[in-house]
Ligand binder design. Structure first.
Ligand code: SAM
Length: 245
């Protein structure tokens, strides 16, 4: 399947600017659409991510591709005044919405906002106790480079958590989900945000993303150890976790 928005017919150097267009266009409505399109379930997926992150007061946490800051807000409360959270995203529109939301919700001086590309993170080696990337990796052009960059800046013993759409192993669920994402999702996007293209992009980026085992292998290649994953909502989403030893 190809559309003018598909990756299959887009040269790799154009992908980043397509992704930028999508997120500039959805930033203001991103949170509302997220709740609507996942029926609110993204909150449950994110809660589990926080639990598995094992973050404690005083920790230094990076949420890359952090967008509107759902994870960063929770982490800022956990790490407290002696810790530090960095909300980083390549897209200035998403980062602005995120910063406003965190400030409105009382996130204090322990959060910094950084515009950065996951492929070349501008931090020294061995900096973070925990790095999260939620629904971000599939948008990154060179995923291996991004994972290696994350592994480099984790402290020894630090954890990387990747929350991302994945592949439901059950063929019936897989088919139903395809129908939902390729037919219903763009229509909802059109109706609610007047923007079917961005939601068509979403469906296609999900289909192109590596499955659970492939991503596990990619994390291991990047230097992470004890990599494991948990399927959520029948594998529509998977949470991968790896440790830098
Ligand atoms: N993490 C947030 C969440 O779970 O709600 C936002 C996820 S949103 C679907 C994907 C985010 O990835 C967007 O804010 C986008 O700007 C960001 N992004 C895309 N490519 C990126 C890259 N190469 N480096 C950093 N962020 C990127």
């Amino acid at each position: 399947r190809t559309t003018h928005f598909g990756f299959q017919d887009v040269p790799v150097e154009e992908k980043a600017s397509r992704v930028a267009d999508v997120f500039h266009s959805v930033a203001a409505r991103y949170d509302v659409m997220n709740d609507l399109m996942s029926f609110g379930i993204h909150r449950v997926w994110k809660r589990l991510t926080i639990e598995r992150a094992g973050v404690r007061p005083g920790h230094k946490v990076l949420d890359i591709a952090g967008g509107t800051g759902d994870l960063a807000l929770k982490f800022s409360r956990i790490v407290g005044p002696t810790g530090k959270v960095i909300l980083a995203d390549i897209n200035a529109s998403m980062l602005n919405v995120g910063r406003d939301k965190l400030i409105d919700n009382g996130a204090g001086g322990n959060v910094d906002y950084v515009q950065a590309n996951a492929e070349c993170l501008p931090f020294p080696d061995n900096t973070f106790d925990c790095i999260t990337i939620a629904f971000g990796l599939r948008n990154v052009t060179d995923k291996d480079k991004a994972l290696a960059s994350m592994a480099r800046i984790l402290k020894p013993g630090g954890r990387l958590l990747v929350l991302e759409f994945s592949k439901p192993p059950n063929p019936l669920l897989s088919k139903a989900y395809d129908e939902y994402s390729f037919r219903l999702l763009p229509r909802m996007g059109e109706m609610v945000a007047g923007d079917a293209d961005s939601y068509r992009y979403l469906a296609e980026s999900i289909r192109m993303h590596p499955d659970q085992q492939t991503l596990k292998g990619m994390m291991e290649t990047a230097g992470l150890e004890r990599v494991e994953f948990t399927n959520l909502t029948g594998g529509i989403v998977a949470l991968h976790r790896g440790i830098k030893l």
